[in-house]
Design a protein around this ligand. Structure first.
Ligand SMILES: [Zn+2]
Length: 260
């Protein structure tokens, strides 16, 4: 093979790469383009432009849905953005439906984005996002899926709450309702909790422990009523918002929607 041709092939191979990705964000750009934030399986978080994607005849358009799971061929761009060359939807359920489902998908996407830095793959975050969005598509209560993901994200960020021992004095917690303190990093025993603190029911603490253990199978089978779900969500969002320097936009929107 002539040297020139060989070199060309080598360059072409470097210039494109194929990966699986979750579509975290999209932004219209120019007349017909769109810029996507992709959470890829092996290349971390990637910004990519899809040229002409908003034109009706675009082959890329139908597959590139927000919160979709795709197989994508990307070409290395000159700047920060890569270019979407080909894309195909992965089999699986689609995230669609009412504003509440979409808002929970937005929360999962926003958190996934916060967990990983640009182009630095964080072990497990892609798989977790795929799993959480899949749960969201099949769940009747979208809060269950995003709550599970919040616990997983806290764990990946290194902010998993203390659930078995008092976060202040380290004494094992007894089987009773307990106060939660994001400042302390978990639940508090009777001696450390202030009388003014509200108590989280034991049932909620038990579900949180199950989530922290990653027992999705059992979690799926649990009956979680509205009050219990709210307690669980309350602990997770308090912990998240305490540790993230910015508030989560999607969480603020969910609260606003519920009139909380
Ligand atoms: Zn204590």
């Amino acid at each position: 093979m002539p040297a020139v041709q060989h070199g060309l092939q080598w360059r072409t191979r470097l210039a494109t790469y194929r990966d699986r990705a979750v579509v975290l964000r999209k932004l219209d750009y120019g007349e017909a383009d769109r810029i996507f934030t992709l959470l890829t399986r092996t290349h971390g978080k990637v910004g990519a432009i899809a040229k002409g994607v908003r034109r009706p005849e675009s082959k890329l358009g139908p597959s590139l849905e927000l919160y979709g799971h795709v197989d994508v061929l990307l070409a290395k761009g000159r700047g920060d953005l890569d270019v979407v060359a080909q894309v195909q939807r992965m089999p699986g359920l689609r995230i669609a439906g009412d504003v509440e489902v979409m808002s929970h998908a937005a929360l999962i996407a926003e958190l996934a984005e916060r967990v990983c830095e640009d182009r630095h793959p964080v072990d497990g975050v892609y798989e977790l996002a795929v799993m959480a969005l899949d749960e969201l598509a099949r769940e009747t209560d979208p809060r269950r899926a995003s709550a599970y993901f919040m616990m997983a994200a806290l764990d990946l960020l290194g902010y998993a709450p203390q659930l078995a021992a008092c976060a202040t004095c380290d004494r094992p917690l007894t089987a009773r309702p307990a106060a939660f303190s994001a400042e302390a990093g978990g639940f508090l025993c009777d001696q450390c909790a202030l009388p003014s603190m509200s108590l989280v029911p034991l049932a909620a603490i038990k579900v949180l422990r199950l989530m922290a253990a990653g027992d999705l199978e059992t979690y799926r089978r649990l009956k979680l009523d509205l009050a219990l779900m709210s307690s669980i969500e309350g602990v997770l969002t308090t912990q998240l918002e305490h540790h993230l320097d910015r508030r989560l936009k999607s969480l603020a929107f969910l609260h606003q929607m519920r009139g909380v």
